[in-house]
Design a protein around this ligand. Structure first.
Ligand code: NAD
Ligand code: MG
Length: 390
């Protein structure tokens, strides 16, 4: 029986994780669930899974939830804030931590889980992108198990040589081929892009996800963050990662070996596949996902990405090459710009402009320790906020 902490339980990944957990009550026990502002959803999840701990963002919400859970006969302890998140991510009774908070807000608890030597199921790519080598060093030092949940990285991990552990250079791998759906605006005429709405941007053709990652998919910043994520997880330089647009989202990524063999992982686009894989590794369990019907898929297309259409992807490659705090600056500016776009304060095409201007204004430095990446994150947020303020 493994004790599970789900950071970001009320989100898209969190809900899919609980779906997998419910299929295997003999294997997993839910120890902690966190939900930030979605208190009603978290309340219902607590009733269903009876965790020992729940965490919300604000102290007032914690008190109210504590009272309601008490009235419902549960002895769940409700904590709040970053401190509450870090507490539950490092509990001795927690074996596995699903890192599914969105954005850099998930960094500190995820890093704490790594330092505590937990198995980390990493969906929260921003946490890794921001802290980069600091995070990977913590994983190696504590001998934590890092299992990528991002579907592409999970696919790559599955195609790695037997016994492979994330954070080490893989033997005889020539390149990683990172697939991308291309998002909802793959074929939209370029002159229409400044006018697309948040509703159109979050309507992803293949994946049902949270709003922020859906916008990132539309700009392809999601793939940019994933390039940086892949460099860190698989210890490869960005030149050895090729982004391939594959609109069907059936091939989740590929590994190209020195002998010319290319291994791929395929499946229906459903995050329960990588989640179940990460939870059961090195075994495999039922994820609840329908078998892949290749006759239904019928064809697989592959295209080269267009950097004029997707300037965010280009900016991310540049940040990956620059290294140091550049990925943290890129990510912070992107988080601010995406939030401003979702609030209709800036047009879609201004997202890339805000990021480029932030990267131009703030020089990257070495990401020597946690303080330097947090300082870079804060500075980039301030600068990007000043650009989107109206
Ligand atoms: P979501 O918006 O659906 O859920 C986000 C979760 O984080 C919620 O539980 C929310 O309560 C919590 N949260 C938000 N802000 C917080 C804060 N400031 N402090 C603490 N908790 C906070 O997002 P999602 O789509 O589930 O994505 C979660 C992470 O997984 C992201 O990093 C995303 O890039 C990654 N990911 C998601 C998918 C997917 O299919 N949804 C696929 C690959 C990777
Ligand atoms: Mg992905």
């Amino acid at each position: 029986m493994k004790g599970l902490c789900i950071l970001g339980a009320t989100g898209s990944i969190g809900v899919s994780t609980l779906d997998v957990v419910a299929r295997h009550p003999e294997r997993y026990r839910v120890v902690a669930l966190t939900g930030h502002r979605r208190i009603e959803d978290l309340y219902r999840q607590c009733l269903r899974h009876r965790p020992a701990y729940a965490v919300v963002g604000e102290e007032g919400d914690a008190a109210a939830l504590q009272q309601r859970l008490g009235e419902a006969g549960l002895d769940t302890q409700v904590l709040h804030g970053q401190e509450g998140l870090t507490t539950v991510a490092t509990l001795p009774e927690v074996d596995y931590v699903m890192a599914a908070i969105v954005g850099a807000a998930g960094l500190l608890p995820t890093l704490a889980a790594a330092r505590a030597g937990k198995r980390i199921l990493l969906a929260n790519k921003e946490a890794l992108v921001v802290s980069g080598p600091v995070f990977m060093e913590a994983v190696r030092e504590a001998d934590a198990e890092l299992l990528p949940i991002d579907s592409e990285h999970n696919a790559i991990f599955q195609c790695m040589p037997a016994g492979y552990r994330a954070g080490h250079p893989p033997a005889a791998v020539r390149r990683i081929l990172l697939t991308a759906s291309g998002g909802p605006f793959l074929d939209t005429p370029l002159e229409r892009l400044p006018h697309v709405t948040p509703e159109q941007a979050v309507a992803h053709p293949k994946w049902d996800m949270g709003k922020k990652i859906s916008v990132d998919s539309a700009t392809m910043m999601n793939k940019g963050l994933e390039v940086i994520e892949a460099c860190l997880l698989f210890d490869l330089p960005p030149e050895r990662i090729q982004v391939v647009i594959h609109p069907q989202s059936v091939v989740h990524s590929l590994v190209d070996y020195d002998d010319g063999s290319v291994l791929a992982e395929l499946g229906n686009p459903d995050m329960r596949i990588p989640i179940a894989y990460g939870m059961a590794w090195p075994e495999r369990i039922d994820s609840g996902v329908e078998p892949l019907d290749l006759f239904d898929v019928a064809r697989l297309d592959f295209r080269e990405p267009d950097f004029d259409r997707f300037p965010c992807l280009k900016l991310a490659f540049e940040a990956a090459r620059a290294g140091g705090t550049a990925p943290a600056l890129l990510n912070a500016a992107n988080e601010v710009a995406v939030a401003a776009f979702l609030e209709r304060r800036i047009p879609f095409t201004a997202i890339a402009e805000v990021i480029a201007a932030t990267l131009d204004a703030i020089p990257a430095s070495t990401a020597a320790d946690l303080d330097s990446v947090l300082a870079a994150d804060a500075e980039a947020r301030r600068h990007a906020e000043s650009l989107v303020a109206r």
